[in-house]
Design a protein around this ligand. Structure first.
Ligand code: SF4
Ligand SMILES: [Zn+2]
Length: 341
């Protein structure tokens, strides 16, 4: 049975929750780095028909998608609602769709151009970052987007790992590293920067293999992406990861693993912005350590993401760090099955 079939079977058993079609799935404000300085960020997840690929082992975003494709007017209402949430004098905008902003099937070209033109005309907006799979990164779509926006545009691609075998056999992502690098070339030619998301610890990898995978992936990806964001895998509802987690066959990554990859990745690639938002840190379904040190380690990861200073990790310690070192060694003998949950 293929991984796609397994993932699709799990998805078929879930319910999609109802959201009014003129409201985005989510919108929130935070802080991100722009040219070395923290700047307010408005993040919006538009409610669209959802990701066309819809087959990744860790992804529960599909359950946020709309029951029917929203109209142009509904999408523009979602947009207006989102922009009205940010009161800062200047900010960047991060656009997610639980899929691909550049996929015409999710956001029709006309709607995309109108959104970008409005953001272009809004003097407070300094940069726009939009998430997409690499197959939608074409010269035509990017040049349309760049001329509508008239300011800095970045595509954010969920590469997950530079290792084609892990991306295929653990994540079922459906594209290769060379698809990613081709998209980066197109983006570069259109004056669009690239952010890459990497995924620490998909299923079927031991803690140590996951750490080594992301350290190599940062090194392989840095020549193509100005920013690398390391996502620490958390257990989302209705996913293959959740089924394995409930059987005791999967443990989210240790926060010490995140510290290790951020420290080593930054040291080897000082000119690349390397960030991580430890979503769900400290909970059983999110990245966690022993419970006592989770808050401090997660906070250090947040501070590092805004300062790029690996010195924030030097003061951290806890008795569980030695246990983590042993887990990194021992899990290779259990073929990735967790030795401690
Ligand atoms: S490509 Fe992205 S949105 Fe689509 S299933 Fe995979 S992780 Fe989810
Ligand atoms: Zn601890």
């Amino acid at each position: 049975m293929s991984l796609t079939k397994v993932v699709r079977d799990i998805r078929a058993r879930q319910k999609v929750k109802y959201n009014p079609p003129d409201r985005p799935t989510a919108v929130w404000t935070g802080k991100d780095l722009l040219d070395g300085k923290p700047i307010p960020t408005l993040t919006v997840i538009f409610q669209t028909s959802g990701c066309r690929w819809n087959s990744c082992s860790m992804c529960g975003y599909v359950y946020d998608s709309a029951a029917r494709p929203p109209s142009h007017d509904e999408l523009m209402k979602q947009f207006e609602y989102a922009v009205s949430r940010c009161k800062d004098e200047e900010f960047t905008v991060k656009i997610f769709t639980s899929g691909s902003f550049l996929d015409d099937g999710e956001i029709p070209a006309e709607t995309r151009i109108e959104m970008l033109s409005r953001l272009g005309a809004d003097g407070r907006v300094k940069k726009v970052i939009a998430e997409t799979r690499p197959e939608y990164v074409t010269h035509e779509r990017l040049s349309e987007a760049v001329s509508a926006l008239g300011k800095r545009f970045e595509v954010a691609i969920g590469l997950e790992t530079s290792n084609d075998m892990i991306r295929s056999d653990s994540i079922n992502k459906g594209f290769s590293f060379s698809d990613f690098t081709s998209a980066c070339e197109v983006a570069g030619q259109e004056g669009v920067s690239v952010k890459a998301y990497l995924l620490l610890k998909p299923v079927f990898l031991s803690e140590g293999a996951a750490v080594n995978d992301i350290i190599s992936s940062i090194n392989d990806t840095a020549p193509y992406a100005g920013t690398i964001s390391v996502n620490l895998c958390n257990v989302q509802r209705g996913t293959l990861i959740e089924e394995m987690f409930e059987r005791g066959d999967y443990r989210p990554p240790w926060l010490w693993s995140a510290v290790e990859v951020l420290e080593k990745g930054k040291r080897s690639n000082p000119d690349t912005v390397i960030i991580s938002d430890p979503v769900g840190a400290g909970s059983a379904r999110g990245p966690h350590n022993c419970g006592k040190c989770d808050k401090d380690v997660a906070e250090a990861i947040r501070v590092f993401s805004l300062t790029q200073d690996t010195g924030v990790f030097e003061k951290l310690d806890c008795e569980c760090r030695e246990l983590w070192r042993q887990v990194v060694e021992l899990e290779d003998f259990t073929f990735g099955a967790p030795v401690i949950l």
